[in-house]
Design a protein around this ligand. Sequence first.
Ligand code: SF4
Ligand code: SF4
Ligand code: SF4
Length: 257
Amino acid sequence: MEQQKLKVAMVSLTSCEGCYFSLLDLGNEFLEIADKIDLVKFRLLEEKEHSEIEKYDIVFVEGSPILKSNFDELIDLRLRTKKLIVLGGCAHTGGTYAMRNHTDKKKACKYVYPKTNKKVFNPNILELSKIVKIDGVIPTCPINPREFVRFMSFVLNSLSFRIIERPVCYECQLAQTPCLLKMGLPCFGPMALGGCDAPCPKAGMPCQICRGPMKEVQWENFEKKIKNIIGDEKWEKDFNEILEIFNIKNKIIKSKE
Ligand code: SF4
Ligand code: SF4
Ligand code: SF4
């Protein structure tokens, strides 16, 4: 008897949909994966008819909960799926939206919506794991489609997927990329979880930890060492602000408590 295909949904909350577009860049390779599963929900492809009470085996969620409807959808999906996989930096860390957490949100809302601000839902940006139970993460902004292929080959062979804990510097040095940090640029590669193949330093851009930090990072030591090299002022100006982008600053504050 033919084995039943996994029922999979690919859902976006508030996002740029860049992670899903990067999957389409896989071309036929993505279609081959789609053929091995029952892809019942993916708005970038034609959707199959499905009932509203559909149960899923795997739901991938991209984006951040910003609207009230995003929260409702996320909670509903959690109830209807066996596994919920977080896809991309927004869902994993709060992504670029997380910068809102470091602004006066009430004031900003009043400025943008002078008349209706009191009715505007204006939440803190949370990583999805703070709202619902998650079963896995494919990080990065946008995701590396090769990592998605690897994830799916593990899942389709009933194996568990894991990302090796090593810093972005590891891949950067393998590629013999000149070190930006040594040039005084705000590169967080030593703290960032590798696996992306270090595309940013290769392109001359410092790593901003879009894959999130490694588990056992020594923030205080890193901060001390960098401040010794570049001074407190440059740290505040060039380094510290970057940590707001993927919600890393809050993690550092917590690790110091
Ligand atoms: S992680 Fe990046 S590419 Fe993916 S949805 Fe968020 S902003 Fe877009
Ligand atoms: S450029 Fe950045 S990622 Fe590359 S080795 Fe230097 S600190 Fe590490
Ligand atoms: S180098 Fe850093 S910012 Fe660039 S993709 Fe990798 S983790 Fe993200």
